[in-house]
Write a protein that binds this ligand. Structure first.
Ligand code: ADP
Ligand code: ASP
Ligand code: MG
Length: 463
């Protein structure tokens, strides 16, 4: 299908009846010009609410479960009332009750077992996306753009890594085209749930928090879209998170590599894996503000001609630094490192930064806080013997740290840049704990004390 546009709307862009109306208007306008596929997140804060409900169920807190279910119902029923005309409300209210009822059944199962199996969480948590897709597709249809809600379970095929699944592109291509192209040919606009998929044998999965961006890029790739637009609540990709740096500026254009580095190092505006499916076909992405749709936004493209040195600063606060050191320099540090990293890889933990340089062969690496206990378990199991015989000093964990990353393709070969970054951080009186610069020279990553992180981000941004 020629000139296909995939558009993704994030949670705040669908956060109320009012926001859904705006989103529908944007969709309808584009749809007059070319075929459009829409990907939606859950309404803002709904995914957190669903996950919280499941945690309470596991812990046996019935009252909290009931309160959350009531909040879930109220939010969607109110949106339905404000969005749809009276004649459509009863049927939609019944549908909302049905979907929340299915969620409640899974939650009751968790309460009974006192357990929260990852695959059941994945099955239940996508209720948020399914509700928003159902609501907005109905609103689109009654306002003159025939639309159909599609559960991505039917179109995105993934591996079985529940909670953080990866797409299998070939089967996805087949399924997505078979399901979505006939709709488009009939003039029906597909509204696909973001965030989720299913294994080849039909078990529901999710792509990780913030995964709707990734869903949209997967679909753009397999449908050979000409563009992907990601609608969010800021004017595009900015030189820093505007919540931390008030004078951050919108970047008119950045490269896939820069956007991926920013996302990887904590810029929440894009899911870190969003750009991977698009690189091969060079499908351009726009990050745009649904609160100010007339603004141009940021274009993400394979390459940008003129480059200023550092383009943006990203940061991440919920991280932990692990350090290991062989008890004596005579022991082979590389072997210890290899064993440790192998254990971490098998536990499916992502290493955000790694640094090693010492005669004593110590090394440290940074992981997300939520992956820390898994990492420690894996390390302690793999290195049990070395630890028991004190070949390795204790595994040291520092939770009181944050990650800062300066990103830009133009940083390559720019003398003095690292020095300016470190000087800016030390001028802000923040201690640098570890440093890493990949050989691509695209990113300089620095671990600092957590309470100094925001100050450091502002200082580096100003510099
Ligand atoms: P959505 O719900 O639309 O997916 P997110 O909340 O996931 O939106 O991402 C948008 C948020 O990302 C912004 O509100 C902003 O605070 C944050 N953010 C972090 N870093 C950046 C950056 N460099 N540029 C723009 N936004 C950023
Ligand atoms: N709703 C999901 C989340 O909050 C996916 C997304 O918003 O992209 O993580
Ligand atoms: Mg997001």
């Amino acid at each position: 299908m020629k000139n296909l546009l995939v558009m993704k709307f994030g949670g705040t862009s669908l956060g109320s009846a009012e926001r859904m109306r705006v989103a529908a208007r944007i969709v309808a306008e584009e749809q007059k010009k070319r075929p459009v596929v829409v990907v939606v997140s859950a309404m803002s804060r709904i995914t957190d609410l669903l996950l919280d409900t499941m945690r309470h169920a596991e812990g046996g807190n019935r009252a909290a479960v009931e309160a959350n279910l009531a909040a879930l119902r109220t939010r969607h029923e109110e949106t339905c009332r404000e969005l749809l005309p009276p004649r459509k409300r009863a049927a939609m209210t019944a549908r909302i009750a049905e979907l929340i009822g299915e969620f409640e059944r899974i939650v009751n199962g968790m309460a009974m077992l006192g357990e929260r199996p990852p695959r059941s969480v994945d099955e239940a948590v996508v209720t948020g996306e399914w509700l928003s897709a159902t609501l907005i597709s109905e609103y689109l249809t009654i306002s003159g753009t025939p639309a159909a809600a599609v559960n991505a379970r039917e179109v995105v095929v993934t591996d079985a890594m529940f909670g953080n699944a990866s797409p299998l592109m070939e089967p996805t291509r087949e399924k997505a085209r078979a399901r979505l192209l006939p709709l488009l040919e009939q003039g029906v606009l597909p509204v696909v749930t973001g965030f989720n998929g299913a294994t080849a044998d039909g078990r529901p999965t999710t792509l990780g928090r913030g995964g709707s961006d990734f869903s949209a890029s997967i679909l753009a790739a397999v449908l050979d879209a000409s563009e992907l637009w990601i609608w969010t609540d800021v004017d595009g990709i900015m030189s820093a998170d505007p919540r931390l740096v008030p004078d951050a500026e919108v970047l008119p254009a950045i490269t896939y590599a820069e956007a991926a580095e920013l996302a990887y190092n904590g810029a929440k505006v894009l899911h870190p894996r969003t750009l991977a499916p698009l690189v091969e076909k060079k499908i351009p992405v726009w990050s745009k503000n649904s609160f100010a749709p007339e603004k141009p936004g940021t274009k993400i493209v394979p390459s940008v001609a003129a480059q200023s040195a550092t383009r943006a600063v990203a940061s991440m606060s919920k991280v932990a630094l692990l350090s290991l050191e062989p008890a004596s320099p005579e022991l082979n540090g590389v072997q210890v490192m290899a064993r440790a990293l192998d254990a971490v890889a098998r536990a499916n933990v992502e290493i955000l930064l790694l640094s090693s340089s010492s005669y004593r062969q110590n090394f440290c690496f940074l992981v997300r806080e939520e992956e820390l206990s898994r990492t420690l378990e894996a390390l302690e199991a793999a290195l049990a013997l070395e630890l028991a015989h004190h070949y390795i000093e204790q595994i040291h964990v520092d939770r009181d740290v944050g990650l800062l990353a300066a990103v830009g393709e133009g940083m390559q070969g720019k003398a003095g840049l690292a020095g300016r970054i470190f000087t800016a951080i030390s001028r802000a009186q923040v201690n640098v704990i570890a440093i890493a610069q990949g050989s691509s020279e695209l990113t300089i990553a620095v671990v600092v004390r957590r309470d100094g992180l925001e100050k450091a981000v502002r200082a580096v941004h100003a510099e």
